[in-house]
Design a protein around this ligand. Structure first.
Ligand code: NAD
Length: 352
Protein backbone atom coordinates (compact mmCIF):
# COMPACT_ATOMS: atom_id res chain seq x y z
CA UNK A 1 0.00 0.00 0.00
CA UNK A 2 1.29 3.47 -0.87
CA UNK A 3 1.96 5.84 2.06
CA UNK A 4 2.74 9.54 1.77
CA UNK A 5 2.76 12.91 3.49
CA UNK A 6 1.44 15.90 1.55
CA UNK A 7 1.85 19.59 2.43
CA UNK A 8 0.55 22.31 0.12
CA UNK A 9 1.88 25.87 -0.02
CA UNK A 10 -0.90 28.43 -0.13
CA UNK A 11 -0.76 30.96 -2.92
CA UNK A 12 -3.52 32.76 -4.77
CA UNK A 13 -3.39 32.39 -8.54
CA UNK A 14 -5.04 34.59 -11.18
CA UNK A 15 -4.51 33.16 -14.68
CA UNK A 16 -5.45 34.31 -18.18
CA UNK A 17 -4.94 36.65 -21.08
CA UNK A 18 -5.18 40.24 -19.78
CA UNK A 19 -4.91 39.07 -16.14
CA UNK A 20 -2.85 42.21 -15.40
CA UNK A 21 -6.16 44.10 -15.35
CA UNK A 22 -6.76 42.39 -11.98
CA UNK A 23 -3.43 43.53 -10.53
CA UNK A 24 -4.58 46.63 -8.69
CA UNK A 25 -7.43 44.68 -7.09
CA UNK A 26 -4.97 41.96 -5.99
CA UNK A 27 -2.58 44.53 -4.51
CA UNK A 28 -5.46 46.12 -2.60
CA UNK A 29 -6.60 42.71 -1.42
CA UNK A 30 -3.23 42.37 0.34
CA UNK A 31 -3.77 45.76 2.01
CA UNK A 32 -0.95 47.50 0.11
CA UNK A 33 -1.09 51.25 -0.60
CA UNK A 34 2.38 51.82 -2.06
CA UNK A 35 4.32 49.11 -3.87
CA UNK A 36 7.84 48.73 -5.18
CA UNK A 37 7.80 47.46 -8.79
CA UNK A 38 10.64 45.12 -9.78
CA UNK A 39 11.17 44.46 -13.47
CA UNK A 40 14.02 43.85 -15.88
CA UNK A 41 15.30 44.29 -19.41
CA UNK A 42 13.32 43.22 -22.53
CA UNK A 43 10.00 43.81 -20.78
CA UNK A 44 9.38 47.49 -21.50
CA UNK A 45 5.83 47.11 -22.91
CA UNK A 46 4.76 44.76 -20.11
CA UNK A 47 6.28 47.09 -17.50
CA UNK A 48 4.27 49.97 -18.96
CA UNK A 49 1.07 47.89 -18.65
CA UNK A 50 1.89 47.06 -15.03
CA UNK A 51 2.58 50.75 -14.21
CA UNK A 52 -0.76 51.66 -15.75
CA UNK A 53 -2.56 48.92 -13.81
CA UNK A 54 -1.01 50.04 -10.51
CA UNK A 55 -1.81 53.73 -11.03
CA UNK A 56 -1.32 55.70 -7.81
CA UNK A 57 -0.24 52.61 -5.87
CA UNK A 58 3.19 52.63 -7.55
CA UNK A 59 5.74 54.05 -5.09
CA UNK A 60 9.10 53.21 -6.72
CA UNK A 61 10.81 50.97 -9.26
CA UNK A 62 13.95 48.85 -9.41
CA UNK A 63 15.12 47.15 -12.61
CA UNK A 64 18.43 45.53 -11.77
CA UNK A 65 17.57 41.91 -10.84
CA UNK A 66 20.33 39.43 -11.77
CA UNK A 67 20.45 35.65 -12.18
CA UNK A 68 21.16 33.56 -9.04
CA UNK A 69 20.11 36.49 -6.77
CA UNK A 70 23.43 38.09 -5.75
CA UNK A 71 23.15 39.69 -2.28
CA UNK A 72 24.77 42.95 -3.47
CA UNK A 73 21.84 43.52 -5.86
CA UNK A 74 19.37 42.73 -3.09
CA UNK A 75 21.04 45.36 -0.89
CA UNK A 76 20.68 48.00 -3.63
CA UNK A 77 16.99 47.15 -4.09
CA UNK A 78 16.48 47.16 -0.33
CA UNK A 79 17.78 50.74 -0.17
CA UNK A 80 15.25 51.79 -2.86
CA UNK A 81 12.47 49.96 -1.02
CA UNK A 82 13.28 51.63 2.33
CA UNK A 83 13.61 55.07 0.72
CA UNK A 84 10.14 54.70 -0.84
CA UNK A 85 8.42 53.38 2.33
CA UNK A 86 6.72 50.77 0.13
CA UNK A 87 4.37 48.36 1.90
CA UNK A 88 4.34 45.68 -0.81
CA UNK A 89 6.32 44.27 -3.73
CA UNK A 90 5.16 43.64 -7.30
CA UNK A 91 7.61 41.69 -9.49
CA UNK A 92 7.35 41.34 -13.27
CA UNK A 93 9.85 38.97 -14.91
CA UNK A 94 11.43 35.54 -14.82
CA UNK A 95 12.99 33.60 -11.98
CA UNK A 96 15.68 36.25 -11.47
CA UNK A 97 13.18 39.02 -10.71
CA UNK A 98 11.08 36.66 -8.61
CA UNK A 99 14.25 35.72 -6.69
CA UNK A 100 14.92 39.38 -5.90
CA UNK A 101 11.34 39.85 -4.74
CA UNK A 102 11.66 36.84 -2.44
CA UNK A 103 14.97 38.11 -1.04
CA UNK A 104 13.32 41.45 -0.23
CA UNK A 105 10.26 39.76 1.32
CA UNK A 106 12.52 37.62 3.48
CA UNK A 107 14.26 40.73 4.83
CA UNK A 108 11.15 42.90 5.29
CA UNK A 109 8.15 40.57 5.67
CA UNK A 110 6.32 42.54 2.92
CA UNK A 111 3.69 40.78 0.77
CA UNK A 112 4.47 39.97 -2.86
CA UNK A 113 2.51 39.82 -6.11
CA UNK A 114 4.46 38.10 -8.91
CA UNK A 115 3.73 38.40 -12.64
CA UNK A 116 5.88 35.62 -14.19
CA UNK A 117 7.14 36.03 -17.73
CA UNK A 118 9.08 32.75 -18.04
CA UNK A 119 8.35 29.13 -17.06
CA UNK A 120 10.78 28.84 -14.10
CA UNK A 121 8.01 28.20 -11.53
CA UNK A 122 9.76 30.04 -8.69
CA UNK A 123 6.64 32.15 -8.05
CA UNK A 124 4.86 29.27 -6.25
CA UNK A 125 7.79 27.97 -4.19
CA UNK A 126 8.91 29.00 -0.67
CA UNK A 127 12.53 28.54 -1.81
CA UNK A 128 15.23 31.15 -2.43
CA UNK A 129 18.76 30.57 -3.74
CA UNK A 130 21.08 33.52 -3.04
CA UNK A 131 24.67 33.97 -4.21
CA UNK A 132 27.28 35.43 -1.87
CA UNK A 133 31.02 35.41 -2.66
CA UNK A 134 30.44 33.04 -5.59
CA UNK A 135 28.50 30.43 -3.55
CA UNK A 136 24.82 29.82 -4.03
CA UNK A 137 22.98 28.95 -0.83
CA UNK A 138 19.36 27.84 -0.83
CA UNK A 139 16.86 28.28 1.97
CA UNK A 140 13.16 27.67 2.43
CA UNK A 141 10.70 29.63 4.56
CA UNK A 142 7.00 30.58 4.49
CA UNK A 143 8.12 34.27 4.42
CA UNK A 144 9.63 33.63 0.99
CA UNK A 145 6.45 32.25 -0.64
CA UNK A 146 4.70 34.96 -2.69
CA UNK A 147 1.11 35.61 -1.59
CA UNK A 148 -0.34 36.13 -5.09
CA UNK A 149 0.64 35.16 -8.62
CA UNK A 150 -0.89 36.91 -11.63
CA UNK A 151 -0.17 34.80 -14.72
CA UNK A 152 -0.85 37.03 -17.70
CA UNK A 153 -0.32 34.86 -20.77
CA UNK A 154 0.14 38.00 -22.92
CA UNK A 155 3.38 38.83 -21.07
CA UNK A 156 4.96 35.56 -22.23
CA UNK A 157 4.40 36.27 -25.94
CA UNK A 158 7.63 38.28 -26.16
CA UNK A 159 9.83 35.55 -24.65
CA UNK A 160 12.28 34.67 -27.48
CA UNK A 161 12.02 31.11 -28.80
CA UNK A 162 15.41 29.87 -27.46
CA UNK A 163 14.42 31.04 -23.95
CA UNK A 164 10.94 29.61 -24.38
CA UNK A 165 12.45 26.19 -25.13
CA UNK A 166 14.98 26.16 -22.30
CA UNK A 167 12.57 27.62 -19.77
CA UNK A 168 9.92 25.07 -20.84
CA UNK A 169 12.45 22.28 -20.22
CA UNK A 170 13.23 23.85 -16.83
CA UNK A 171 9.55 23.25 -16.02
CA UNK A 172 9.83 19.66 -17.34
CA UNK A 173 12.76 19.08 -14.97
CA UNK A 174 10.62 19.96 -11.92
CA UNK A 175 7.94 17.53 -13.07
CA UNK A 176 10.36 14.69 -13.89
CA UNK A 177 12.15 14.85 -10.54
CA UNK A 178 8.83 15.11 -8.65
CA UNK A 179 7.76 11.76 -10.08
CA UNK A 180 10.74 9.85 -8.61
CA UNK A 181 11.02 12.00 -5.48
CA UNK A 182 11.13 10.25 -2.11
CA UNK A 183 8.13 12.51 -1.23
CA UNK A 184 6.10 11.61 -4.35
CA UNK A 185 2.35 11.47 -3.75
CA UNK A 186 -0.73 11.01 -5.97
CA UNK A 187 -1.58 14.74 -6.16
CA UNK A 188 1.90 15.83 -7.23
CA UNK A 189 2.21 12.85 -9.62
CA UNK A 190 -0.93 13.98 -11.45
CA UNK A 191 0.29 17.58 -11.63
CA UNK A 192 3.70 16.43 -12.90
CA UNK A 193 2.26 14.21 -15.65
CA UNK A 194 -0.15 16.94 -16.77
CA UNK A 195 2.76 19.40 -16.87
CA UNK A 196 4.86 17.03 -18.98
CA UNK A 197 2.13 16.46 -21.57
CA UNK A 198 1.31 20.17 -21.74
CA UNK A 199 4.98 21.07 -22.37
CA UNK A 200 5.48 18.25 -24.90
CA UNK A 201 2.39 19.48 -26.78
CA UNK A 202 3.00 23.21 -26.62
CA UNK A 203 6.74 23.55 -27.33
CA UNK A 204 6.60 22.16 -30.91
CA UNK A 205 3.63 24.46 -31.62
CA UNK A 206 5.58 27.45 -30.31
CA UNK A 207 8.61 26.47 -32.39
CA UNK A 208 6.30 26.85 -35.41
CA UNK A 209 4.66 30.03 -34.16
CA UNK A 210 5.98 31.70 -30.96
CA UNK A 211 2.88 33.95 -30.91
CA UNK A 212 0.41 31.01 -30.60
CA UNK A 213 -1.66 32.24 -27.64
CA UNK A 214 -3.24 28.85 -26.85
CA UNK A 215 0.16 27.12 -26.82
CA UNK A 216 1.55 29.94 -24.63
CA UNK A 217 -1.37 29.41 -22.22
CA UNK A 218 -0.70 25.63 -22.12
CA UNK A 219 2.98 26.20 -21.41
CA UNK A 220 2.31 28.74 -18.66
CA UNK A 221 -0.27 26.38 -17.15
CA UNK A 222 2.42 23.64 -17.23
CA UNK A 223 4.95 25.98 -15.60
CA UNK A 224 2.54 26.64 -12.75
CA UNK A 225 1.87 22.89 -12.22
CA UNK A 226 5.59 22.10 -12.41
CA UNK A 227 6.32 24.93 -9.98
CA UNK A 228 3.88 23.36 -7.51
CA UNK A 229 5.76 20.06 -7.90
CA UNK A 230 9.04 21.85 -7.12
CA UNK A 231 7.47 23.46 -4.07
CA UNK A 232 5.82 20.33 -2.71
CA UNK A 233 8.35 17.49 -2.99
CA UNK A 234 12.11 17.21 -2.72
CA UNK A 235 14.10 17.28 -5.95
CA UNK A 236 17.02 14.92 -6.74
CA UNK A 237 20.25 14.64 -8.68
CA UNK A 238 19.20 16.85 -11.59
CA UNK A 239 18.49 19.93 -9.47
CA UNK A 240 21.62 19.34 -7.41
CA UNK A 241 23.78 19.21 -10.54
CA UNK A 242 22.20 22.29 -12.14
CA UNK A 243 22.53 24.19 -8.86
CA UNK A 244 26.24 23.32 -8.77
CA UNK A 245 26.85 24.17 -12.43
CA UNK A 246 24.95 27.48 -12.11
CA UNK A 247 26.35 28.58 -8.75
CA UNK A 248 29.99 27.48 -9.13
CA UNK A 249 30.56 27.63 -12.90
CA UNK A 250 28.18 30.50 -13.70
CA UNK A 251 26.32 28.52 -16.36
CA UNK A 252 22.91 29.94 -17.38
CA UNK A 253 20.02 28.44 -15.39
CA UNK A 254 17.45 27.22 -17.95
CA UNK A 255 19.92 26.13 -20.71
CA UNK A 256 21.83 24.07 -18.10
CA UNK A 257 18.59 22.31 -17.10
CA UNK A 258 17.92 21.65 -20.77
CA UNK A 259 21.27 19.99 -21.43
CA UNK A 260 21.48 17.98 -18.21
CA UNK A 261 17.92 16.61 -17.94
CA UNK A 262 18.08 13.72 -20.49
CA UNK A 263 21.39 12.54 -18.96
CA UNK A 264 20.07 12.50 -15.39
CA UNK A 265 17.00 10.63 -16.64
CA UNK A 266 19.30 8.06 -18.31
CA UNK A 267 21.32 7.77 -15.07
CA UNK A 268 18.14 7.14 -13.04
CA UNK A 269 16.22 5.08 -15.62
CA UNK A 270 17.06 1.61 -14.32
CA UNK A 271 16.32 2.60 -10.73
CA UNK A 272 12.90 4.12 -11.58
CA UNK A 273 11.50 2.11 -14.53
CA UNK A 274 7.81 2.75 -13.76
CA UNK A 275 8.36 6.48 -13.53
CA UNK A 276 10.25 6.49 -16.84
CA UNK A 277 7.36 4.60 -18.46
CA UNK A 278 4.86 7.19 -17.23
CA UNK A 279 7.08 10.04 -18.44
CA UNK A 280 7.48 8.35 -21.85
CA UNK A 281 3.67 8.04 -22.12
CA UNK A 282 3.20 11.70 -21.17
CA UNK A 283 5.83 12.75 -23.74
CA UNK A 284 4.34 10.39 -26.34
CA UNK A 285 7.66 8.59 -26.99
CA UNK A 286 8.84 4.97 -26.52
CA UNK A 287 11.77 5.80 -24.21
CA UNK A 288 11.88 8.73 -21.76
CA UNK A 289 15.59 9.79 -21.65
CA UNK A 290 16.25 9.56 -25.41
CA UNK A 291 12.76 10.98 -26.12
CA UNK A 292 13.58 13.99 -23.93
CA UNK A 293 16.90 14.48 -25.77
CA UNK A 294 15.15 14.20 -29.15
CA UNK A 295 12.49 16.72 -28.14
CA UNK A 296 15.16 19.29 -27.22
CA UNK A 297 17.25 18.55 -30.35
CA UNK A 298 14.20 18.75 -32.65
CA UNK A 299 13.37 22.18 -31.24
CA UNK A 300 16.94 23.41 -31.76
CA UNK A 301 17.62 23.65 -28.01
CA UNK A 302 21.11 23.28 -26.51
CA UNK A 303 22.35 19.69 -26.04
CA UNK A 304 25.92 20.06 -24.78
CA UNK A 305 27.56 21.64 -21.73
CA UNK A 306 30.52 22.50 -23.95
CA UNK A 307 28.32 24.88 -25.95
CA UNK A 308 27.20 26.55 -22.71
CA UNK A 309 30.81 27.39 -21.87
CA UNK A 310 31.53 24.65 -19.32
CA UNK A 311 35.30 23.93 -19.21
CA UNK A 312 35.99 20.21 -19.67
CA UNK A 313 38.63 20.50 -16.94
CA UNK A 314 35.88 21.49 -14.47
CA UNK A 315 33.83 18.27 -14.80
CA UNK A 316 35.62 16.39 -11.98
CA UNK A 317 35.31 19.37 -9.66
CA UNK A 318 31.58 19.70 -10.50
CA UNK A 319 31.07 15.99 -9.76
CA UNK A 320 32.93 16.35 -6.47
CA UNK A 321 30.86 19.38 -5.42
CA UNK A 322 27.58 17.72 -6.44
CA UNK A 323 28.35 14.57 -4.44
CA UNK A 324 29.83 16.24 -1.34
CA UNK A 325 26.57 15.96 0.66
CA UNK A 326 24.14 13.03 0.46
CA UNK A 327 20.61 13.60 -0.88
CA UNK A 328 17.81 11.33 -2.02
CA UNK A 329 17.93 10.04 -5.59
CA UNK A 330 16.54 6.80 -7.06
CA UNK A 331 20.01 5.56 -8.04
CA UNK A 332 22.88 5.98 -5.58
CA UNK A 333 25.01 8.98 -6.46
CA UNK A 334 28.76 8.37 -6.85
CA UNK A 335 31.45 10.82 -7.98
CA UNK A 336 32.51 8.34 -10.68
CA UNK A 337 28.96 7.93 -12.00
CA UNK A 338 28.41 11.69 -12.02
CA UNK A 339 31.67 12.40 -13.82
CA UNK A 340 30.56 9.95 -16.50
CA UNK A 341 27.11 11.58 -16.70
CA UNK A 342 28.64 15.06 -16.97
CA UNK A 343 31.08 13.89 -19.64
CA UNK A 344 28.17 12.60 -21.75
CA UNK A 345 26.36 15.92 -21.23
CA UNK A 346 29.53 17.89 -22.03
CA UNK A 347 29.83 16.13 -25.39
CA UNK A 348 26.06 16.33 -25.95
CA UNK A 349 25.69 12.63 -26.78
CA UNK A 350 22.19 11.17 -27.16
CA UNK A 351 21.41 8.78 -24.27
CA UNK A 352 20.86 5.23 -25.53
P1 NAD B 1 15.60 35.08 -15.96
O1 NAD B 1 14.57 35.56 -15.02
O2 NAD B 1 17.02 35.43 -15.64
O3 NAD B 1 15.24 35.66 -17.41
C1 NAD B 1 16.10 35.37 -18.51
C2 NAD B 1 16.08 36.53 -19.51
O4 NAD B 1 14.82 36.57 -20.15
C3 NAD B 1 16.28 37.91 -18.90
O5 NAD B 1 17.16 38.64 -19.71
C4 NAD B 1 14.89 38.50 -18.93
O6 NAD B 1 14.94 39.90 -19.01
C5 NAD B 1 14.32 37.89 -20.16
N1 NAD B 1 12.86 37.76 -20.17
C6 NAD B 1 12.10 37.21 -19.19
N2 NAD B 1 10.83 37.18 -19.57
C7 NAD B 1 10.77 37.73 -20.81
C8 NAD B 1 9.71 37.95 -21.73
N3 NAD B 1 8.47 37.57 -21.48
N4 NAD B 1 10.02 38.54 -22.91
C9 NAD B 1 11.30 38.88 -23.22
N5 NAD B 1 12.34 38.66 -22.39
C10 NAD B 1 12.06 38.10 -21.20
O7 NAD B 1 15.54 33.52 -16.22
P2 NAD B 1 14.69 32.33 -15.52
O8 NAD B 1 15.20 31.11 -16.16
O9 NAD B 1 13.24 32.61 -15.54
O10 NAD B 1 15.14 32.39 -14.00
C11 NAD B 1 16.38 31.92 -13.57
C12 NAD B 1 16.58 32.24 -12.10
O11 NAD B 1 15.48 31.78 -11.34
C13 NAD B 1 17.81 31.54 -11.51
O12 NAD B 1 18.47 32.42 -10.63
C14 NAD B 1 17.22 30.35 -10.76
O13 NAD B 1 18.01 29.91 -9.71
C15 NAD B 1 15.91 30.95 -10.28
N6 NAD B 1 14.86 29.93 -10.00
C16 NAD B 1 14.46 29.78 -8.72
C17 NAD B 1 13.47 28.86 -8.40
C18 NAD B 1 12.99 28.72 -6.98
O14 NAD B 1 12.03 28.05 -6.69
N7 NAD B 1 13.64 29.37 -6.03
C19 NAD B 1 12.87 28.08 -9.41
C20 NAD B 1 13.30 28.27 -10.73
C21 NAD B 1 14.29 29.21 -11.02
Amino acid sequence: MRTFVYTSHPSRVVFGSGAVDRLRQEVERLGCDRVLLLSGPHLEAATARVREALGGRLAAEFGGAAMHTPVEVTEQALAVLRESSADGIVALGGGSTTGLSKALALRTGLPQVILPTTYAGSEVTPVLGETRDGRKVTQSSPEILPETVVYDVDFTLTLPLPLTITSGVNALAHAVEALYSADANPVTDRQALDAISLVARSLPRLAENPADGEARADLLHAAWLAGICLATVGMGLHHKLCHTLGGSFDLPHAPTHTVVLPHVMAYNAEAAPDVMRRIADALGVPDAPSGMYDLVASLGGPTSLRDLGMPQAGLDRAAELATSTPYPNPRPVTAEGITELLTEAWHGRRPE
